[in-house]
Design a protein around this ligand. Structure first.
Ligand code: COA
Length: 270
């Protein structure tokens, strides 16, 4: 990683990443640090955050962990305040904390549905709401991590579909309300990403993974670094006129419909 330090696209920027202790969000935090930003990681588990921050520091970046559950507004606001004290005014925010489990509607309780909506949707609202007073405006950027479930109804995913659809609408409403303050708000909707907790839950066997892959025109899963590259672009000056966008990064999977299914049927080699 060290050799890419020096690409200072985000030099002088301070970033908060929720869910930053692992997975896609950690890859984003690491990419931000490689690009010159100081990063604060927020998540539920202190040990996970400490080890993630340590990894970034060992590679030459600046990172610290600030534990909080995004569902708990007061605890989250306190963690954001401590990140602000560690970093200074905040330029970049990534709302990535999320939860998921595959279950049919009749297989989940009201509390199971609420757990996911509270982490994904309320947690994103809480983060945006609590961070606003700490943002360096104008020029700040917020990225909410969405998913294809936001616009593709899926069995076993009613809770995630409802929550992520809400996240994207929240992104657009905030883009309108905070645009005049110079704050950009966008969503990233990743498709299937390799080596993540989410995909381990949704594609737990090689057979299911193979079926998933056949529905992706680019015929493979994304890497976490590919999502991090998109987050880097959206957070950088290069994206300074982009706000309220839901940017899909899924190898074409959300185009799935008759055309993609026919292609998979006609080309069973993948
Ligand atoms: N099927 C049906 N219901 C389930 C379930 C499953 N596989 N897993 C959890 N639930 C239900 C629980 O039974 C509980 O409902 P109940 O109180 O009526 O029994 C409810 O969800 C909350 O579960 P709990 O484990 O107490 O919540 P939590 O806040 O500790 O965990 C989850 C939240 C459920 C989302 C958990 O999977 C999690 O922490 N995930 C984080 C990691 C993750 O999902 N990463 C992928 C991101 S895409």
């Amino acid at each position: 990683m060290a050799e890419v330090f020096g690409q200072e696209l985000l030099a002088g920027k301070n970033a908060i990443v929720t869910g930053g202790g692992s997975g896609i969000n950690f890859a984003i935090a690491r990419r931000f640090a490689e690009s010159g930003a100081k990063v604060a990681l927020i998540g539920r588990t202190k040990e996970k955050l400490d080890s993630a921050a340590d990894e970034i520091r060992k590679a030459g970046g600046t990172a610290s962990g600030h534990p909080a559950d995004v569902r708990d507004y007061d605890a989250l606001a306190a963690a954001i305040k401590s990140a602000r004290e560690a970093l200074g005014e905040i330029d970049l925010v990534v709302c990535g904390a999320a939860g998921n489990f595959p279950a049919p509607v009749l297989g989940m309780s009201a509390n199971g549905f609420k757990a996911v909506v509270d982490i994904d949707l309320l947690g994103t609202f809480n983060t945006c709401r609590a961070v606003f007073e700490h943002l360096r405006r104008p020029g700040a950027s917020i990225i909410n991590i969405s998913a294809m479930q936001a616009f593709t109804p899926m069995p076993m995913q009613a809770h995630v579909c409802a929550a992520k659809a809400g996240v994207d609408m929240l992104t657009k409403c905030l883009a309108i309300e905070w645009g005049p303050d110079g704050v950009r708000v966008n969503s990233i909707a990743p498709g299937a990403v390799d080596d993540t907790e989410g995909m381990k839950r949704l594609a737990p066997t090689p057979e299911i993974k193979k079926q998933f892959t056949r529905s992706i025109p680019l015929r493979r899963f994304a890497t976490k670094d590919e999502i991090a590259d998109l987050a880097l672009f959206l957070s950088s000056e290069a994206a300074r006129f982009i706000t309220g966008a839901v940017v899909v990064c899924d190898g074409g999977q959300s185009l799935a419909g008759l055309g993609v299914n026919m292609m998979a049927a006609m080309q069973p080699r993948a």
